[in-house]
Design a protein around this ligand. Structure first.
Ligand code: NAD
Length: 309
């Protein structure tokens, strides 16, 4: 299968390298020239528990130089989804499937504003990856991936892509109620990411705050109420259990959350697609979401004052 990774940062390189290793034809496409040139010159270097592996993958900065792909895997941050899908239109034919496993609310809407739902697959993954330097990623342990066709039917194309990704070790399952899993991950990230970014603490240290439960309950009660208004059934207890899991240093508790990494590198964050999206949706239903509103303001304030730090 010809797979194009649109936005080949940490996760695009992780998935791309695993699919390449399993024998698929993969091309990485990213607008970050230094990163692509490093991969072209030295190969993609993946640091993992057993050492460092180097993969010779095709990598380009320009979509117009790439032929039609069978699968386009969108792996930009959420605020770049709309733009990257528009740029990727020349590499999509009438049978090209487009997969988004990105975090946040709004990626599916951005993709389906260009691509018919029948050819869109949506899901989430909890594989963790860091981009260490241009052309170098660190693969953090393993993970699971769940996905489903955006139009709600299990198609042959979905099953084929799922099988191909499983051969690559991406641990994929098809989940008909995928949107509740997308929302659970949004809820998880809406707690864990802004708190870590604002306090500059590792996951394992955030949970040390004596009134952490009170704070988490406040944020999650609002998200669960908005989800229910959107006809998405999520339970607060499930999300709290997921949060407790990563607070354990033995799990990924020592990991810096992606929003904290963005803030430290003075980059834009995905706040508008996490707590910010909750605030926007709450507004439609007249639901008060003061915790999420405050977190959104504080992260936006941080993002808009990087030059003063
Ligand atoms: P990243 O910032 O490392 O990579 C995104 C890449 O997209 C960058 O290299 C950027 O140059 C590129 N890009 C942006 N706009 C582009 C455009 N128009 N054309 C071409 N390239 C473009 O991000 P990431 O950590 O790989 O995360 C990607 C998505 O996956 C996010 O939604 C994130 O929340 C989610 N996610 C990340 C992890 C993780 O561990 N890193 C885990 C699960 C989910």
């Amino acid at each position: 299968m010809r797979i194009a990774v649109a936005g080949a940062g940490a996760m695009g390189c992780r998935f791309g390298s695993m699919l390449h290793r399993s024998g698929q034809s993969v091309i990485l496409i990213d607008r970050w020239r230094n990163h692509i040139e490093a991969i072209q010159t030295n190969g993609l270097r993946v640091i993992h528990e057993g050492g460092t592996s180097t993969y010779r993958l095709e990598a380009v900065t320009d979509f117009t130089t790439v032929g039609v792909a069978d699968l386009v895997m969108v792996f930009t941050k959420a605020m770049h989804t709309q733009a990257v899908v528009e740029q990727a239109l020349p590499i999509m034919g009438p049978h090209t499937q487009v997969l988004t496993l990105q975090n946040g609310l709004g990626n599916l809407e951005a993709v389906t504003s260009y691509v018919p739902r029948e050819r869109v697959i949506v899901g989430v993954t909890n594989f963790g990856t860091e981009l260490v330097a241009p052309g170098v990623i660190r693969a953090l342990g393993s993970g699971e991936t769940v996905m489903m066709s955006a139009h709600g039917q299990i198609t042959e194309a979905l099953q084929q892509i799922c099988g191909m990704m499983n051969e690559a070790g991406l641990h994929v399952s098809i989940e008909p109620d995928v949107m509740s899993i997308v929302w659970k991950k949004v809820a998880f990230n809406a707690v864990y990411n802004p708190l870590a970014a604002l306090t500059r603490l590792k996951a394992s240290d955030i949970g040390g705050y004596e009134r952490f439960d009170e704070l988490v309950n406040g944020i999650l009660d609002e998200i669960v109420t908005v989800a229910k208004a959107e006809q998405v059934d999520i339970e607060k207890e499930d999300i709290i259990a997921a949060i407790q899991g990563v607070l354990d240093p033995a799990m990924s508790g020592e990991h810096l959350t992606s929003m904290l990494q963005d803030v430290l590198a003075q980059r834009a964050t995905e706040i508008a697609f996490l707590n910010g999206a909750i605030v926007d949706k709450a507004g439609k239903y007249g639901i008060a979401v003061p915790y999420n509103t405050l977190l959104t303001h504080l992260i936006r304030m941080l993002e808009s004052t990087y030059e003063k730090r």
